[in-house]
Write a protein that binds this ligand. Sequence first.
Ligand code: GAP
Length: 565
Amino acid sequence: MDDPQELLSLCKRRGFLWPAYDIYGGAAGFFDYGPLGAAMKVNIESHWRRLHVLEEGLQELVCPMIAPEPVFEASGHLDTFADMYVECTGCGETYRADHLAEGLHDNPAALKDKELGDLLRKNDVSCPACKGELTAPKRFNLMFRTSVGAGSAKVGYLRPETAQGMFVNFSQIYRFGRERLPVGAVQIGRSFRNEISPRQGLLRLREFNQMEAEVFFHPERKTWPRYGNVKAEMLSLMPNNGPPTSMSLADAVSSGTIANEALAYFMWLTQRFAVDVGVDPARMRFRQHEKDEMAHYATDCWDLEAETGYGWVELVGVADRGCYDLEAHLTHSGADLTAFERFDEPKEITKEVVRPKYDVMGKLFRGDTKALAGIVAQLPPDAVRDRDSVQVDMDGRKVEVPSTCYELAVTTEKISGDKFVPHVIEPAYGVDRILYTLLEHAYRVRDDYVTLSLKGLVAPVKVGVFPLMARDGLDDIARRLYDSLVGEGLAAYYDDSGSIGRRYARMDEVGTPCCVTVDYETKEDGQVTIRDRDSADQVRVKLDDVICAVRNMIEGRSPQSPANM
Ligand code: GAP
């Protein structure tokens, strides 16, 4: 759409979105969902929950939004979750340095501090507001820091993603899943990032909503039970090494375009969700991260992007993150975040070990022999091979152990299974960006007013109920109909003011899929008129059949389709 502002003003006027803290001058990067926006958000989240929790069997968790510092030391956020900013030496405005370099480089976000500074300087980039001189880029950690407790309080951070709550709970998730892989968890909730320049309405917020899944796999078996059902389905792909293409999941995996079956499956599920809720398939694609854009530990990563008035926008990231997250928490916390897979039959394995020679060691090291032998026995064979001695660390002391004190030996042992750190595949969705895209893709100007052609699944109001006149008993029938619709869990809106045309227009503008009008004939024949929002077609149905007709229309069927389809 040419001007997203038109949509944003409709959203404000009709109760979808309000700028937060408006009476105090507003706060950049924060939005309130009004009644219709809040209902739509819940509808989006409910459908996501249905696909991921109900259909795929992932475990839903609700974890705290504040986490202690060690969590983010382990995850790497404390060191690396930063953007670069520049400040205007004239007016003091701050900007994300890579945003100012857009159009000057293919991927400015991947540049190092100095490279980005040089690029801006060479191109004479100045303050967009006052043309003042800009400082060199500085790093800014995006996490909101807080203190937990009184007195010498501990440092905590508002979570920048919902993911960490699931990683730190891996053992519980694994146990709850009866110690079988693949197993996964999801979380729907708020995340916080102190964005340097929040902009573009809902697209870059300081407080936003995520829906994330963390699905854990055996490193050599990255597939999903339902992969076979969908492997012939098509995905629209923009690989990092070739032209945009449409490919089946099976072809994408066998050609190496997508790293594995599990990643392809969760990309397909992302596409299914997006289409279900109303992202226009013709304005949607999966873009593979460039090599310099991908985290160093990630095996493969694709963003589901949608075309909007702000350009192509990332709605969801789907990544194979390897074992990075669990290994990081295992190392920092010392907790056992491994999985164990029992073999059908125990296996005998032979391996090379370093075997201490106690008699020789005893003569040289006396009272330290036992401790030293324990350390030496843990050394990898390559650490001692072909060397005259090895230096080890004992209680902070460096001890040189000559090769006469140990030997390389081959041992055989029986093992009953395999202990390993699982790999994770992570689909990470942004609710606010999805909601904004749905509104944009549904936006049509018709008969001089806007109609939002929202999918019935996400529409905040499912049906408008109107008496032709608010008298002569028509209002009583309409009220009873309204009560029976809401009693069935269908969000209905009762409206008895203004012309019927105005009432239709009001409902079209907020995306209500259908409206029911009670007129004088209803009193004679017990029938009402149902109007479809997009075609404006009207049909008569019996009062007793209205609920079924409304359900049909919400699901995109004709109002007279048979019940229980
Ligand atoms: N755990 C991985 C993770 O959080 P991400 O790509 O940083 O990945 C996932 O975030 C999604 O969250 C994005 O695709 C986007 O839709 C949404 N998102 C991220 N930052 C956002 C912001 N500042 N405002 C609104 N949505 C945001």
